[in-house]
Design a protein around this ligand. Structure first.
Ligand code: HEC
Length: 278
């Protein structure tokens, strides 16, 4: 398909696509980035671009909305009272301002750990319940994340750094990103520190290029190769595994630190949610 035809597609389908916080569909947000930046990473998969208009993550998003509004758990309440940082139940723009410090928990939390916190405190789930144990795949957690995150589609990443712990987390993430370790002596920057690096056919995103990096951190996304919707924590664990370093614990401070740093690196760029990945 020609570049012009590709450009026209999102315009035609924007009306039908489930909207996030802005009127723009995720593919329109991405096409605007492509138009404004010369990046082999952003344009590497024409097929993924074509798939965005009716990608499977929209199913997860719709199911997530139902789960979000349904009274669930031992306490039989919905998640509508959960505060994701902008007040109870306010989802629009909440995700692009995470990770953030939550006074009730006394911690900096990313979307996934905050969601689990509310499922425990509001709904009464415990770590033993399958709703919390099943982290990845076609799970409640992934569906809920996709719904919540999509309410920030098109909005600029703007994670707060006012609280000392927010800054400490971001700075710890920066250390992690550049520190070489493990049997291969890799750091994150080994693969994501320059433009146009490849592993086999994949062009890797450069964390120093905010236009590339916003696509890189736009999760949840449908991963074609996995035939599944994946979230940020999954991506972190995959890359730590690729570095042959010790397995990172889901929702640990180390994982949130990485996400704090990577979100800060995309500051000001629009989120593309849900995205489609290789
Ligand atoms: C050995 C090389 C390597 C290292 C080191 C590495 N990554 Fe990756 N990273 C990859 C590959 C390969 C992909 C997948 C690219 C694809 O799917 O096309 C990826 C994907 C990503 C993505 C998503 C990009 C996208 O297109 O959606 C992010 C974000 C990311 N890595 C962050 C990190 C972080 C943070 C670290 C350090 C903890 C790290 N990576 C370390 C190779 C690496």
């Amino acid at each position: 398909m020609s570049k012009n035809a590709l450009r026209a597609l999102p315009l035609m389908l924007a009306v039908a696509a489930p909207a996030g916080a802005t009127d723009q569909s995720p593919e329109a947000v991405l096409h605007a980035l492509i138009d404004g930046n010369d990046s082999a990473y952003l344009t590497q998969s024409e097929q993924n671009l074509m798939m965005m208009q009716d990608e499977p993550a929209y199913w997860a998003m719709e199911q997530g909305e139902i789960l979000f509004k349904e009274p669930r758990g031992p306490k039989q309440v919905s998640l509508e009272q959960c505060d994701f940082g902008k007040g109870p139940g306010v989802l629009e723009g909440a995700y692009v301002e995470m990770p953030r410090y939550f006074a009730d928990a006394g911690k900096v939390m990313d979307l996934e750990s905050r969601l689990m916190y509310c499922m425990k405190t509001l709904q009464g789930f415990t770590d033993e319940d399958k709703e919390l144990k099943e982290k990845h795949g076609n799970t409640d957690l992934v569906k809920l994340q996709t719904y919540i995150a999509a309410q920030s589609n098109g909005l600029p990443w703007n994670p707060p750094l006012d609280h000392p712990l927010e800054k400490a987390m971001r700075d710890a993430g920066e250390e992690f990103f550049y520190r070489r370790a493990g049997i291969s002596d890799f750091s994150c920057a080994t693969c994501h520190g320059a433009t146009g690096k490849r592993i086999r056919a994949s062009v890797l995103p450069n964390a120093a290029n905010p236009a590339e990096w916003t696509k890189a951190i736009s999760w949840p996304a449908f991963r074609v190769g996995h035939d599944a919707v994946r979230g940020s924590q999954h991506r972190v664990s995959e890359c730590v595994w690729q570095m042959r370093q010790a397995e990172i614990v889901y929702g640990s401070d180390a994982s949130i630190a990485i996400i704090s740093f990577w979100t800060d690196k995309a500051r000001g760029q629009p989120a593309i949610i849900p995205d489609v990945k290789r």
